[in-house]
Design a protein around this ligand. Structure first.
Ligand code: NAD
Length: 299
C-alpha cells in the first residue's frame, strides 16, 4: 500500500517558512510582501480560490489586496488596473484569477503583468526563463512548483535515471511540470489527449503526474509497481451516497486502485491543492526579497 503524501502538512510547513522569511525581510528592510489578487466576474470556484488566497496572504503577515471587478469590466479598465499594480511599490505579486469572462483576452491581460511581479509564472518571460533552464530567475507556476516540493520529499533533489510521464500539456501545469522534472534530471515524456495507448506509456513511469481534468481517468493499469503518483486533477463529481444533489472532489487518478500499486501517492483533496497556494505565497515573498535587494529565499 502506497504512502499517502500529505499536501496539507507540507503546505503548512512551507507557509511557516514563508511567514518567517517575510517577517525577517520586514524587520531588516521595512519591506512587507504585498500580494494583489484580481478577480473579474462571479465564477463561484474562482471566488473560493480568491478568498483563500487573500486569507492565506494575511495569515503570512503580507499586505494583501483583492480587487473584485464586475463581469462587464472592459479590457481597457482591467489593463489600467494591472498598470496601476505594476507601478505600486507596495505590491510584489499580482495574480489575475482565471478564467476571465467572455470578451476579455487572458493572454493580453496576463501579458501586461510586470514579469518581476508575475508570481503565477504565466508571462512569456517567466515561461521562457523556465524553458531555458533559468528557473532560479523565473517565477515558476505555483502548482508544478508545489508538485516538485512533494516529489523532492519522497525522492530527493536528483531524479537522475527516473522516467517521468506527465499527462497533460497545459501552460499552467503540464508543460512547466515537464520542464521542472527535466531540470531535476528525470527523463520526461509528456502525454495528452492525442496520445495512443496511454496506460502502456504511463506504466513506464517511475513518476506519474496527472494534470488532465478527467475524474479517475488513470486506473490501476496506468501505474508501474512502486511508482510515485502525483495527482493534480480537481474534479467535482456527484456523490449520491452523501445525499441528493451532493458532490465530492476527486482527482484524475483512481486513488484506491493506484494506491495498491504505487509506492507513494497524493490524495485529492489534501494533496497538490494546498501546495499551490503555499507556493503562491513563496513566490510573493521571493519577489519582495528581490525588490528589496535581498537574496531570494528557497522553499
Ligand atoms: P487543461 O484543460 O488546460 O489541460 C488538460 C490537459 O489534459 C490537456 O493538455 C489535454 O491534452 C489533456 N487531456 C485531456 N483529456 C485527456 C485524455 N483523455 N487523455 C490524456 N490527456 C488528456 O487543464 P489544466 O489547467 O492543466 O488542469 C488540469 C487539472 O488540474 C484540472 O482538473 C484542474 O482543475 C487541475 N488543477 C489543479 C490545481 C491544483 O491546485 N491542484 C491547479 C491547476 C489545475
Amino acid at each position: 500500500q502506497a504512502v499517502r503524501i500529505d499536501g496539507k502538512a507540507n503546505a503548512e510547513s512551507v507557509l511557516r517558512d514563508v511567514t518567517a522569511a517575510g517577517a525577517a525581510l520586514h524587520k531588516k528592510t521595512g519591506v512587507k510582501p504585498g500580494l494583489a489578487v484580481v478577480l473579474v466576474g462571479e465564477d463561484p470556484a474562482s471566488q473560493v480560490y480568491v478568498a483563500n488566497k487573500g486569507r492565506t496572504a494575511e495569515a503570512c503577515g503580507f499586505h494583501s489586496v483583492t480587487h473584485r471587478l464586475p463581469a462587464d469590466t472592459s479590457q481597457e479598465a482591467l489593463l489600467a488596473l494591472i498598470d496601476e499594480l505594476n507601478a505600486d511599490p507596495a505590491i510584489h505579486g499580482i495574480l489575475q484569477q482565471l478564467p476571465l469572462p467572455k470578451g476579455l483576452d487572458a493572454d493580453v491581460v496576463v501579458g501586461r503583468i510586470d514579469p518581476d511581479k508575475d508570481v503565477d509564472g504565466l508571462t512569456l518571460v517567466n515561461a521562457g526563463r523556465l524553458a531555458s533552464g533559468l528557473a532560479d530567475d523565473a517565477f515558476v507556476p505555483c502548482t508544478p512548483a508545489g508538485c516538485m516540493v512533494l516529489l523532492r520529499q519522497v525522492l530527493g533533489d536528483d531524479l537522475s535515471g527516473k522516467r517521468a510521464v506527465v499527462v497533460g500539456r497545459s501552460n499552467l501545469v503540464g508543460k512547466p511540470m515537464a520542464q521542472l522534472l527535466l531540470l531535476a534530471n528525470a527523463t520526461v515524456t509528456v502525454a495528452h489527449s492525442r496520445t495512443k495507448d496511454l496506460p502502456a506509456l504511463c506504466r513506464e513511469a517511475d513518476i506519474l503526474v496527472a494534470a488532465i481534468g478527467r475524474p479517475g481517468l488513470l486506473k490501476g493499469d496506468c501505474v508501474k509497481p512502486g511508482a510515485v503518483v502525483i495527482d493534480v486533477g480537481i474534479n467535482r463529481v456527484p456523490a449520491p451516497d452523501k445525499g441528493e444533489g451532493k458532490t465530492r472532489l476527486v482527482g484524475d487518478v483512481a486513488y484506491d486502485e493506484a494506491a495498491a500499486i504505487a509506492s507513494a501517492i497524493t490524495p485529492v483533496p489534501g494533496g497538490v491543492g494546498p501546495m499551490t497556494i503555499a507556493m503562491l505565497m513563496a513566490n510573493t515573498v521571493a519577489s519582495a526579497c528581490r525588490a528589496a535587494g535581498e537574496p531570494r529565499p528557497r522553499f
